[in-house]
Ligand binder design. Sequence first.
Ligand code: AVJ
Length: 323
Amino acid sequence: MNVHAPALAKAHRLDDQASAFASDVIEGLSQPPKRLSPKYFYDAAGSELFEQITVLPEYYPTRTELGILRQRAGEIAAIIPGGAALVEFGAGATTKVRLLLDQCRFGAYVPVDISGDFLKAQADALRRDFSTLNVHPVTADFTTPFALPEAVRDLPKVGFFPGSTLGNFEPHEASAFLRSAREILGHGAQMVIGVDLEKDDRVLYDAYNDAAGVTARFNLNVLVRINRELGGNFDISGFIHRAIYNRERHRIEMHLIAKKAQTVRVLGRSFSFHPGESIHTESSYKYSLDRFTALARGSGWTVRQSWTDAAGMFSVHVLVASD
Ligand code: AVJ
């Protein structure tokens, strides 16, 4: 056996990730209208800015979802089979999963994330605090099919997809993701999912236009990242953050707006902007309970139970695989 193979495979994966970023950026900036995927917000600086967003007074989703999970963890535990493997799609801060791990007797925890380093640190912390929990991190892009670790093959499966990350997907992508999760988790699986709800325009607007300007910095950071990682020459001060609620399409849209005409070079290519031209950097879809229920049903799942906070701002659902 070639002892260097794992190291080479790892280097190759990193190359793949870097070149996917490069080709996605080139493709996105070549389109009219220009766009960038929100998955590229989360370099080290972007992840730190996102953590700051989650505690902003205007940003209600994180604290509202935590409140629901805290209040309902006992009820969730009661409908989840003992000894199940909890498979988390994407792994950020461990605050939310700890609420479930505190209440439910899981046989294993499988965090799945594209960032292997972050996963390892997170896994180590959980092993320390839950000494009997088997933690099996999987480094993978959870939007594409991946294999679960052999060690959890015979355990019941429970998916976990908090934070309304589902909202970043276009509706057809959200459906494809739910179908793929159903395939990965298999027959009889359940899934705990957090989904942000439609509400008053002003509340939504403020959540993405915080007074302290953290969301603006989070949005602009993707240009900083392109400059650093792809040798771009974006003038960051030449763009402003804009977030609007598009009620017809049930989504917050984040844009970066060119203040003046300018030409930017990235990886040897030129991209021209006219004054006021936008780069669409994120959509964050908001659901009604009915639209989410229909989406789940059309994607291989049945809603078993749903909870919201008292003000109906955010929802948490337990889904059961259909058939
Ligand atoms: C992580 C996708 C749920 O849409 O609210 C926060 C990302 N963007 N502020 C969201 C985000 C701007 C967040 N999600």
